[in-house]
Ligand binder design. Structure first.
Ligand code: ADP
Length: 740
C-alpha cells in the first residue's frame, strides 16, 4: 500500500521553463511527491506555515529569486522546510552562494532535463540532510518574532540582542542597564560552550517563584551566546499535579485489583474448597471482567502518562522480524478461536529500527488485536512491511467489517468506538487503544493512518523513520555508557575526520561528497566491525563518530591505526572521478578520558578539530579564585584544556573522575597545602606519573621542601610569567611517556 505522497511547494511564475518541466515531469516522480505551485515567496511561506510541506523548490529564474537573499528569507520564516534551488543553467561559482544562504541543494534546469529523476533524489536528500542538520537549524532561524523571549549575549555575558518578546518583558535589559537574574550563570555556560560543538544547553532556572526553561546556544557565525527563556511555571505546576495524581491512581486501583485476582484464582482452583460447575462459570465471568478492567486501567494510565509528557522512549536497535513473530505468537490463540488466519509477509531479518521495542509491540498488539476483534471468522489478518528510503511502513490488513469513511477522521481520537462487538463483552475496549498507538508512533517520529471501506476490511498503516543519526548517537552513547558503568567495562568512541573537507566538498560537489562519505563510512564500518560490537556513525562537517562498547584505550589505538591506514591508502570512485582522502582519527575512552557521554563526545570533537592531536589537559589547583581564573584563561588561550580545583580535597575528588596530563599546584593553600597534596598525588597509582608544577610564593624552593632531587621544571614563582610557565609545561609534557 503506498504512503500518501509528500508535498513540495514550487515557487515559479506560470510561464517559466521550470513550471513547464514540473507539469511534464510530475507523473515521473513516481507518485512519491505532489507539487503545489505558487508564484511568490510570501505565498510559499504562507503555504509552508500551514504544515504538511516537505520541501520548497525555488526557481532561480523567477523575479522572486532575484531579490536580496531569497533563501535566507525563506529559511528564516519556515526553518523546518528545506529549500532546493533550481538554477536556469549550471554555474559552479554561483551554486556555492545559494548553498551558503541555506539551500539544501542546487540543481540546474539543464541537469533536470537530462535526468528528471534527479528531482526526486534531490528532494529526498534535502529532507535527509535537513533532518541531520536539525541542531544547527536553530542557529539560522530568525528570532525577532519568536513568541518567547530570545536574548543574545556575547561570551562575557553582555547583552547584544533582545527580540521583541524579550524587550517587552525586560525593558531594563533593553536599556542595557542591568542583567536579569535569570541570566546569571550564562557566562559560565558560555565558557563551557566555547569548547563544545554541541550548540544547545537546556536547563531549568528558578527566578523568584517562577520557573524558566533556558536554552542556550552558541551562534555559529558570531560566536555569541543566545539564550531563549520560556516561562514554564504553569507547566511545572500542572506536571507536578498530574504526576501526583497518576501515581496515586495507579497504586490505588492496581493494588485492590491484584488482590481480587489472587483470591478469585484461589477459589477457582478449588484451594479453598470444592466449587460447583455453575459457580465455576460465574468465576470465569468475573475473571474476564477483571481482565477488562485491568486493560482499561492500563490504557487510562498510558494515556494520562502520555498527556503529562512523562512517557520516555527506551530506544534500542530492534530487529523487526522477531518482534513481529512475538506479536503473532501471542495473538494466535485468540485468532484461532475465531478461525482467523494470522500471518506476516515481513522479509526475514532484513530491517532494524531504532525504537522502543515495548511501545512498538504495544502498537502492534493493539492493531492486530483490533483486526481480530473486528473480523468475523473465518477471515485473514496480514502484517506486511515496506522498506522505503527514509522509513519503514508497516501495514496491518484485515478482512473484517471495515470502518465507515465518515468515521475515519475521528478514528485516532480518544474514546471513539464505532462498533458494538456483540457477545464478546470481555473484548470490549476503552476506545483509547488507537489514540495511544498514534501517540506512541508520533513519539517515534512516525505517522499512522487507516484505509477502509465498509465490508472488505481495514488496513492500518504506520511508519517508523529510519534512524536519525544524531539522535541515535546521543541515545546510544547514553545507554552504552550506562551499561559500561554498570558492568565496569571500558567504553570508547572513535572520531574520524576527513582532511580539508570543505575544499574537497567544493571540488567534488554535493553529490560526489555524499558518495564519498558513504564509501568511507563503509570502510570504517568494515574495519571496526571486525573487532568491536556496535557501530553508529554520523557525518557532520566530514566527521564520523563510531561508538565502541567494551573497547579500552589500547584497543582503540589499534582500531584507530587500522582505520587510518585503510582509508588513507585508498582511491575512491565517485561518479566519473576518483579521489583520495586523508583522515584524522582520534578517540576518547571511559573512564580515563571522561565520565559522561557529552564529555567523551566533546573530547573527540575537540581533538578532531586540532589536526595536531588532542589538547593536553591541565588541572590548576589554587585556593585564590582570581589567580585560578587568570591561569585558566591564559592557558586556554594557548590551546590547553584546563580544569580547576579550589583546594587539595577538591583536586583529589576531581582526579577521581578526570584524567589529566599535568597538574599546576599552588603551594600555599589552607586545609591541605601544596606539599601535602603533592605527596598524596605521587603515592596514588592513578596520578603518580602525572607531572606536577608547583606554583610558589617566591623565594622558597619546593624541591627542597619536598626533599626531592631538583628537576628544574617543577616549579614557577608567583607572579607567574606566561612564557616561562608555557615553556615549563611543554618540557614537562614532552618528558611524560604517552599513556597506554
Ligand atoms: P477499542 O478499545 O474500542 O478497540 P480503539 O481505539 O482501539 O478502541 O478503536 C476504536 C474504534 O475503532 C473501535 O471501537 C472500532 O470501532 C474501530 N476499529 C478499530 N480497529 C478496527 C478494525 N480493524 N476494523 C474495524 N473497526 C476498527
Amino acid at each position: 500500500m503506498p504512503t500518501p505522497p509528500s508535498v513540495f511547494v514550487a515557487v515559479c511564475p506560470p510561464s517559466s521553463p521550470l513550471t513547464a518541466f514540473l507539469a511534464q515531469a510530475g507523473p515521473r516522480l513516481g507518485g512519491a511527491w505532489a507539487c503545489e505551485r505558487v508564484t511568490t515567496l510570501a505565498d510559499a511561506v504562507k503555504r509552508a506555515a500551514q504544515g504538511g510541506v516537505q520541501a520548497v523548490l525555488l526557481d532561480g529564474g523567477a523575479p522572486e529569486a532575484l531579490g536580496p537573499d531569497p533563501i535566507r528569507r525563506l529559511r528564516a520564516q519556515v526553518p523546518a522546510v528545506p529549500v532546493v534551488m533550481i538554477t536556469p543553467s549550471f554555474r559552479e561559482d554561483h551554486d556555492g552562494a545559494w548553498l551558503q544562504q541555506g539551500a539544501q541543494d542546487v540543481i540546474s534546469l539543464e541537469e533536470l532535463r537530462e535526468e528528471p529523476a534527479r528531482l526526486d533524489r534531490a528532494l529526498r536528500h534535502a529532507l535527509a540532510r535537513q533532518r541531520a542538520d536539525q541542531h544547527t537549524l536553530h542557529l539560522a532561524s530568525f528570532p525577532e518574532y519568536h513568541p518567547y523571549p530570545v536574548i543574545e549575549l556575547d561570551l562575557a555575558g553582555a547583552v547584544t540582542y533582545l527580540n521583541a518578546a524579550a524587550r517587552a518583558r525586560w525593558p531594563e535589559l533593553a536599556a542595557g542597564a542591568t542583567q536579569h537574574a535569570a541570566l546569571d550563570g550564562a557566562q559560565e555556560a558560555g565558557t563551557a560552550l566555547q569548547h563544545s560543538n554541541q550548540p544547545v544547553v537546556t536547563r531549568e532556572l528558578a527566578v523568584g517563584d517562577r520557573m524558566f526553561e533556558q536554552h542556550l546556544w552558541l551562534t555559529a557565525e558570531t560566536h555569541q551566546l543566545r539564550a531563549e527563556l520560556i516561562d514554564i511555571t504553569q507547566r511545572k505546576q500542572t506536571e507536578h499535579l498530574k504526576d501526583e495524581f497518576l501515581s496515586t491512581v495507579s497504586h490505588e486501583l492496581r493494588t485492590p485489583l491484584a488482590t481480587i485476582k489472587e483470591f478469585i484464582g484461589i477459589v477457582s482452583d478449588q484451594l479453598a474448597g470444592p466449587v460447583s460447575p455453575p459457580q465455576q462459570e460465574y468465576l470465569m465471568i468475573i475473571k474476564t471482567n477483571i481482565a477488562r478492567l485491568e486493560r482499561m486501567i492500563n490504557d487510562l494510565l498510558d494515556m494520562a502518562k502520555i498527556e503529562a509528557g512523562s512517557v520516555f522512549l527506551a530506544k534500542e536497535f530492534v530487529r523487526v522480524a522477531p518482534l513481529l513473530s512475538h506479536v503473532l505468537e501471542s495473538l494466535r490463540p485468540l485468532a484461532h478461536t475465531k478461525q482467523i488466519e494470522l500471518s506476516s509477509d515481513a522479509p526475514e531479518g532484513v530491517q532494524t529500527v531504532f525504537a522502543d521495542a515495548d511501545k512498538i509491540t504495544q502498537v502492534f498488539i493493539n492493531l492486530v488485536g483490533n483486526a481480530i476483534k473486528f473480523t468475523p471468522g473465518p477471515g485473514r489478518v496480514v502484517i506486511s512491511v515496506e522498506d522505503l528510503e527514509n522509513e519503514l511502513t508497516f501495514h496491518v490488513a484485515d478482512t473484517g467489517i471495515g470502518i465507515e469513511p465518515e468515521n475515519l477522521p475521528r478514528l485516532f481520537e480518544k474514546f471513539q468506538q464505532f462498533h458494538q462487538v456483540r457477545g464478546e463483552t470481555g473484548s470490549k475496549g476503552t476506545g483509547l487503544g488507537l489514540a495511544i498507538c498514534k501517540r506512541f508512533v508520533e513519539l517515534h517520529g512516525g505517522k499512522i493512518w487507516a484505509e477502509s471501506n465498509v465490508g472488505p476490511g481495514t488496513t492500518f498503516s504506520f511508519t517508523l523513520p529510519k534512524y536519525n543519526v544524531e539522535e541515535v548517537l546521543t541515545d546510544y552513547l547514553r545507554s552504552g555508557l550506562a551499561q559500561a558503568k554498570r558492568h565496569q567495562r571500558a567504553f570508547s568512541i572513535l572520531g574520524v575526520a576527513i582532511d580539508e573537507f570543505d575544499a574537497l566538498k567544493k571540488r567534488v560537489g554535493v553529490e560526489g561528497t555524499g558518495q564519498l562519505l558513504k564509501a568511507v563510512e563503509l570502510d570504517v564500518k568494515q574495519t571496526v566491525r571486525r573487532r568491536a560490537g556496535d557501530v553508529v556513525v554520523r557525518w557532520q562537517h566530514g566527521e564520523l563518530i563510531v561508538i565502541m562498547a567494551d573497547v579500552d584505550r589500547a584497543g582503540c589505538r589499534i582500531i584507530a591505526d587500522r582505520v587510518r591506514s585503510a582509508i588513507s591508502g585508498r582511491t575512491y570512485d565517485i561518479g566519473s572521478a576518483t579521489c583520495q582522502v586523508g583522515v584524522r582519527v582520534t578517540s576518547a575512552t571511559y573512564p580515563e578520558d571522561a565520565m559522561d557521554p557529552e564529555g567523551l563526545l566533546r573530547l573527540v570533537e575537540e581533538r578532531l578539530g586540532h589536526a595536531a592531536g588532542p589538547a593536553p589537559r591541565l588541572l590548576v589547583v589554587d585556593d585564590e579564585p582570581k589567580a585560578r581564573q587568570m591561569l585558566k584563561e591564559m592557558l586556554e588561550l594557548h590551546g590547553l584544556e584546563v580544569l580547576t580545583a579550589a583546594s587539595g580535597p577538591e583536586a583529589l575528588e576531581e582526579l577521581k573522575v578526570q584524567a589529566v596530563d599535568l597538574i599546576l599546584l599552588d603551594v600555599l593553600m589552607p586545609v591541605m597545602d601544596g606539599y601535602q597534596l603533592y605527596h598524596l598525588l605521587k603515592e596514588h597509582p592513578r596520578t603518580t606519573h602525572v607531572p606536577i608544577i608547583m606554583v610558589t610564593g617566591g623565594g622558597d624552593r619546593p624541591d627542597r621542601a619536598l626533599g626531592l632531587e631538583a628537576p628544574t621544571y617543577n616549579y614557577v614563582t608567583k607572579p607567574v610569567r606566561v612564557d616561562e610557565l608555557l615553556q615549563k609545561i611543554r618540557v614537562a609534557l614532552s618528558a611524560t611517556p604517552p599513556p597506554t
